[in-house]
Design a protein around this ligand. Structure first.
Ligand SMILES: CC(C)(COP(=O)(O)OP(=O)(O)OC[C@H]1O[C@@H](n2cnc3c(N)ncnc32)[C@H](O)[C@@H]1OP(=O)(O)O)[C@@H](O)C(=O)NCCC(=O)NCCS
Length: 170
């Protein structure tokens, strides 16, 4: 029987349980202590900006984006980005990233959101437009390796203007 092709689709409520299982499997219990988790724990991901990778009906990867504040400006927090270990290095993470950043660019026109923030490895995220940010200017709610706080501008100059404490949207 032919293998199911991979599809990237908007995240729906019916995917929540599988996404939860994948994130727990990939990140382990340490995920609850992370700065990014604290920002997301009481806020639903933005449905129009969050995507799943599907093989048939099975969720094999996920990327989410959640609204946050940086100082007094709205922004997005990207993550978790995760792919089931058996599907790693097959380009799924890249496809999810491209879809998420593209959707954020459209969202930006409507919502005055000019920046995507994430905590991750620069080597992986740089090709999607992410750069390291200054830990003195953008202050995370929990200790985090400053070299891993990255941002992608959705409009020119957004990073220069971003300043202050990063807070949950709620
Ligand atoms: C990181 C992750 C999302 C990448 O997704 P993927 O579908 O496996 O990766 P892709 O096929 O898109 O990309 C593979 C490439 O990225 C590289 N890569 C993977 N993780 C990387 C990392 N943390 N830093 C730098 N490069 C990385 C691989 O070496 C590979 O390089 P190549 O193309 O030169 O061979 C996935 O491996 C995963 O879920 N990892 C565990 C969770 C995690 O670390 N999430 C990101 C933190 S927010």
């Amino acid at each position: 029987m032919p293998e199911n092709p991979l599809a990237i689709a908007p995240e729906l409520p019916r995917h929540f349980d599988e996404i939860d299982q994948i994130t727990r499997e990939v990140f382990g219990p340490g995920m609850f202590a992370r700065a990014a988790y604290k920002l997301r724990e009481r806020v639903l991901p933005e449905a129009s900006l969050s995507f799943v990778a599907l093989k048939g009906n099975r969720v094999v990867g996920s990327v989410r984006q959640t609204r946050i504040w940086i100082g007094n400006k709205p922004a997005l927090l990207l993550g978790p980005l995760c792919v089931l270990p058996t599907f790693k290095n097959g380009g799924i993470g890249k496809r999810l990233m491209l879809e998420a950043v593209e959707a954020a660019k459209t969202f930006q026109h409507d919502e005055d959101v000019n920046l995507i923030l994430l905590v991750g490895d620069l080597a992986y995220y740089a090709p999607f437009g992410f750069k390291q940010v200054s830990a003195d200017k953008i202050i995370m709610p929990r200790p985090v390796d400053p070299g891993r706080v990255l941002a992608c501008e959705l409009s020119e100059g957004a990073l220069k203007a971003a300043e202050g404490e990063v807070r949950a949207w709620a």
